[in-house]
Ligand binder design. Structure first.
Ligand SMILES: Cc1cc2nc3c(=O)[nH]c(=O)nc-3n(C[C@H](O)[C@H](O)[C@H](O)COP(=O)(O)O)c2cc1C
Length: 252
């Protein structure tokens, strides 16, 4: 059972991740980072209207990520995995990050719904085009030195979650990270997690509104192979005993 810190742009840097890593998490996610010129410019416009973002110039991005990983690894007792959530208009910057020392997983962000990012055809707009998402993911899988995750959002009007999940599976991704958001509800859409699990053999990380043992266990019972949390960890503390959720071993 993989227990994951989900990405929060502007928050999940090396220091934040290091603190949480030592509270029972198996994988922590840095970012999301914008890693090409168009997404970096979009990020600057997002900051101007008051949203939290990492604002790293293109020429510093690799060095910045390497530094964050060094911060996390300062305490050698933690031997979990480091994932880096990335927004890019093309696969090559994602492949480049996969080759940085200490990067275990690159996560393609097909989740961000900020209009400045979606207008570039990346983030959540990739969900409207499963073929494009497939080609993007396949290229990263083919050339990456790390494992590959794809982060998606469920229940986006006009999208087909099964087609999306299968396009990610056919591309050879190692993880599908699903924000199982259920509009109008304060809990995840556990049913959509079961549907994805029944239609693919993907390693599925279920996300959304996990705040306690009960909600984590529901995600697992729905068929997820792991779960992730973002907002529940925003204060830098895991709010419940992760060892109580499940004892099944995870593997990929
Ligand atoms: C401040 C903030 C920033 C976020 N930034 C990112 C991001 O950069 N990339 C991403 O894939 N998801 C991002 N998310 C979404 C979370 O990873 C997660 O999918 C979402 O908050 C639902 O999970 P939760 O209920 O555990 O918070 C962000 C969420 C928050 C609250």
């Amino acid at each position: 059972m993989l227990k994951v810190l989900a990405p929060m742009a502007g928050i999940t840097d090396g220091l934040f991740c290091r603190k949480l890593a030592h509270q029972g998490l198996d994988m922590i996610t840095l970012g999301g980072y914008n890693v090409d010129a168009p997404t970096i410019e979009a990020g600057e416009r997002i900051i101007q209207r008051g949203r939290s973002e990492f604002d790293i110039p293109l020429e510093n991005i690799s060095n910045h990520i390497e530094q964050q990983i060094k911060v996390i690894k300062e305490n050698k007792l933690w031997n979990g995995w480091i994932s880096v959530n990335l927004r890019s208009t093309t696969p090559s910057p994602v492949i480049k990050v996969s080759k940085l020392p200490g990067v275990d997983v690159v996560e393609i962000n097909a989740h961000c719904r900020q209009p400045e990012i979606m207008d570039l055809g990346c983030g959540q707009s990739l969900l409207n085009d499963p073929d494009k998402l497939h080609l993007f993911t396949r290229e990263v899988v083919k050339k990456a030195r790390s494992k590959v995750s794809v982060k998606i959002r469920a229940n986006v009007p006009g999208t087909d979650i099964i087609a999306i999940s299968q396009s990610v599976e056919d591309a050879g991704a190692d993880f599908l990270h699903v924000d199982a958001m259920k509009p109008g509800y304060s809990h995840a859409d556990y049913e959509v997690v079961s549907v994805i699990k029944d239609s693919t053999d993907l390693f599925l990380i279920g996300n959304n509104s996990i705040t306690d043992i009960g909600s984590a266990q529901k995600m697992i019972d729905a068929g997820a192979d792991g779960f992730s949390m973002a907002r529940a960890l925003i204060n830098g503390e895991v709010p419940f005993d992760l060892s109580m959720v499940d004892t099944r071993k995870w593997r990929i």
